[in-house]
Design a protein around this ligand. Sequence first.
Ligand SMILES: [Zn+2]
Length: 410
Amino acid sequence: MTEDLSGARVYTAGLLLPEPGGAAVPDGAVLVRDGVIATAGPAREVCAAAGDDVPVTAFPDSTLLPGLIDTHVHLVFDASPDPVSALRAADDRTLLLAMARRAGQLLDSGVTTARDLGDRGQLGAVLREAVAARVVPGPRLLTSGAPLTVTGGHCWYLGGQADSEQEIRRVVRANLAAGASWVKVMASGGTFTPGGPPPWSSQFSRSELAVAVAEARRFGRRVAVHAHGTQAVEDALSVGVDTLEHCSFATSEGAATDPRAAELAPLLARSGTAVCPTLSGALYDARQGSAMKKVVDRVLELVLRLHRQGVSLIAGTDAGMPGSRFDRFGEGLEWFGHAGLSTTAVLETATVNAAAALGLSDRTGRIAPGLDADLLVVDGDPYTDLSVLRRPRFVVAQGRPHLPAGRVIR
Ligand SMILES: [Zn+2]
């Protein structure tokens, strides 16, 4: 259920957590006016400021915190064991309807902002506009269109193939002209393209990456770079990209096997480039096998190393990839906790850190006056148990109330 309520509303909760690490407010409240947070604090004060005419929605046994941000999703993929075949079998009209349903699932899981890092036919931009116009429920969307890749390279079938600097400029311009809000570059190979280069191999040279960044900057846009191999990470870092996706320091031995991670981590921290290690609920399934358990453990060790070195980590699930469902965002966050991050640090990856990396600090990521009303209500306190984030009780996205599937109004 999502309904459009204009005007004002007060949300009260047993506990208000305006931002990770900030002071918690027992019996807190948020006053929302025209989709924006007007004031937040102790319920008595907020209700007095709101006046008697403003309706109140009360969650006395729940915690109210900022809506969450998934910085890496692919709405075109269906999270099945073979999402690529499913995608290639679907026409654009069918795909768009499925994407709208998945956007609703993101909301169900507490995600009020999502960055889509690779779609086909600019369907992400179409959906973004539909959500913004309140035609369909969904999180605030940022979209990249077809990621830049080489002919036959990682995710080539999404349509962003470019084999020269001139073609890179053309694909960036075509994406932006069609409404993309980010530029995404596949700097290294990946795991979901049969016949493409392996993850540890670079697809673009440093100078080619520089062209993509320069072209994005010319249009005032930010750049996200998919990089598994160390060379790709290093090249992306040297040309000043905004976010690094995966950043897994992979070699032919697998993810997180290149010891050069130790030497590059301080550089990453100094650069300010945020890293999205794409941890998702799918890891719970993957870790069942003993071979994958070793891989997952290595990746978690790498994530903790990056965090301890001061790298800004941001949450992103690669939703759409096998097992990474759009309604499992909370499970993905838990892996930062399993890696050894404090609960405050875990929550930062999906709120303040993510908002800063996406250039949205003045819009979302905290509960503060003037920011958009992106709110999440969960049963219990995430500081006691992160798993309470798995099943949100209620969500408000840019002021729009949303009752997650399976939840009832009490
Ligand atoms: Zn991805």
